[in-house]
Structure formats: structure tokens, C-alpha cells
Design a protein around this ligand. Structure first.
Ligand code: BTN
Length: 243
């Protein structure tokens, strides 16, 4: 099946017309020992986003989940999510659409910086060792803006020049390259980041942090200069503020 798909990366692709959630199916495969399997669906009936939000998944989008068993400590697992966001942004740019990353892993496209794609990673393991990792990627592809949530956009709406199929192939090939090369992920992420140098407000589990986003460091921690010192943020929702 990987061959049929014409994929130049060591993944086996499991394709479904419709699934409740590719992450959910991928978790079942991961629990049974699978690795390097990609679950792809043409639509999802119960797609989930970050922080357990709903991810609208009508036909014509890209919904996929990659099952990996990386040789990585749990603390470094977020690097995989960064790698996925870099892969999405690069593939989008190859398709002729400007794309940048908003911390931690939203891909925004076009002049208006609308949301094109998101990632939901689920990981299981012991402190010093990941057992399995499921990286779930959702990209709006064929939908019109009217069919998408407020502030979102799609490859088609931005005038991308690739089919969904070619997009998925290039995306998986780029993701595979990056995951085998963790040292290039962070510099590549910095180059594509929209957040660095901006004034931000981050809602973290420990409260709100406002200041200038000055850098990102391993494994994806955002450094925010609040004026009273630099705060390290590892999770949260980030809003870019006007200067
Ligand atoms: C976000 O909130 O920005 C992340 C969205 C992630 C959605 C993808 S679609 C494929 C995979 N299956 C899911 O249920 N969620 C992820």
C-alpha cells in the first residue's frame, strides 16, 4: 500500500473513507505495537484538536495520524510536534502559499495569517523513554472559507498548486527527514516562526503571561520577556498582540 501511494518514506499508509478520528485509530495500532504507520481519512466524524476541542473535519481536508516509536525521552517528545509543524509549513510553501508557524504548532497562511493547519500529539511512555507517539495532523485543503471556522483558511482558498494527494506525500517525506534529524528541527522552526519578536499573551495552566516572545528552546519551550524577567512557557494558547 505504501508503494501504491508512491511514498518516498518508510511509512505504511492505512486509508479510510471516514473515521471518527485518525488519532483514535492510530492509538489502537500503537497500543498493539505498530510503528511507522500513517492513518489517513477523507473525513472525520469526531476529530479532536488541542486541549480536547472539536476539529471540524468535512470531506476534502487532510486528516492523518503518524504512529512512531522514537528513541526519545518523554521530555523531548514535543520536538516531534515541532517537526510536524515545520513539515506542514514547508510543504505549504512548496505549493506556492506563504506559511508561518504560531507557537506552539499552528500553521498560519496568507497575508491575513489565517489558520491552515493544527497538530494534536498524543504520547505514552515512561519518563526516560517514549513507548509510542501519535502525531495527528489536520490541514484544511479543499474547503472554502465560508465552510471553515472563523479565522481559518484552506490550501485551495490560498491558491495552492498541489493536489491533496501530492501534499500528503510531500508532507510525510519532509516529516520523515526531520524526525531523523532532531538537531535541525529547532533552527528550522525558528526560521518559520511568526511568534518570535512579537508581543504575545499566553494562557498557560499556571496563569496568563504577557510580553515579548524572544526565543524557543528545547523541546519547544517559549521564552517570554515580561519586562520583569524571562518566563519559560511549555504549554498554552498564544495570542499575538498588536505592538
Ligand atoms: C489543533 O487544535 O489545532 C489541532 C488539530 C489536530 C487535528 C488532527 S486531524 C487528524 C488527527 N485526528 C484528530 O482527531 N485530530 C488530529
Amino acid at each position: 500500500e505504501a508503494l501504491e501511494f508512491g511514498l518516498d518514506a518508510p511509512f505504511t499508509v492505512e486509508h479510510h473513507d471516514s473515521l471518527d478520528s485518525t488519532n483514535r485509530r492510530a492509538r489502537v495500532l500503537a497500543e498493539s505495537g505498530a510503528t511507522d504507520v500513517v492513518v489517513v481519512a477523507d473525513e472525520q466524524t469526531g476529530g479532536r484538536g488541542r486541549l480536547d476541542r472539536t476539529w471540524e473535519s468535512p470531506p476534502g481536508g487532510v486528516y492523518l495520524s503518524v504512529v512512531c516509536r522514537p528513541d526519545l525521552s518523554m521530555t523531548r517528545a514535543p520536538l516531534y510536534t515541532l517537526a510536524a509543524s515545520v513539515a506542514i509549513a514547508r510543504t505549504t510553501r512548496e505549493a506556492g502559499v506563504d506559511a508561518r508557524i504560531k507557537w506552539p504548532n499552528d500553521v498560519l497562511a496568507g497575508e491575513e495569517r489565517r489558520k491552515l493547519a493544527g497538530i494534536r500529539t498524543e504520547v505514552q511512555g515512561e519518563t526516560d523513554r517514549v513507548a509510542w507517539l501519535v502525531c495527528g495532523i489536520g490541514v484544511n485543503a479543499d474547503a472554502t472559507r465560508e465552510d471553515l471556522p472563523e479565522g481559518a483558511t484552506s490550501l485551495r482558498a490560498e491558491g495552492a498548486t498541489v493536489s491533496r494527494r501530492v501534499f500528503v506525500q510531500r508532507l510525510l517525506e519532509t516529516f520523515d527527514e526531520l524526525r531523523g534529524n532532531p538537531d535541525v528541527v529547532l533552527p528550522a522552526w525558528r526560521d518559520l516562526a511568526l511568534t518570535l519578536g512579537q508581543r504575545v499573551r499566553v494562557e498557560t495552566p499556571g496563569g496568563e503571561v504577557v510580553g515579548e516572545a524572544v526565543d524557543v528552546e528545547e523541546p519547544g519551550t517559549l521564552l517570554v520577556d515580561t519586562g520583569e524577567g524571562v518566563v519559560r512557557v511549555s504549554a498554552g494558547d498564544c495570542e499575538h498582540l498588536r505592538p
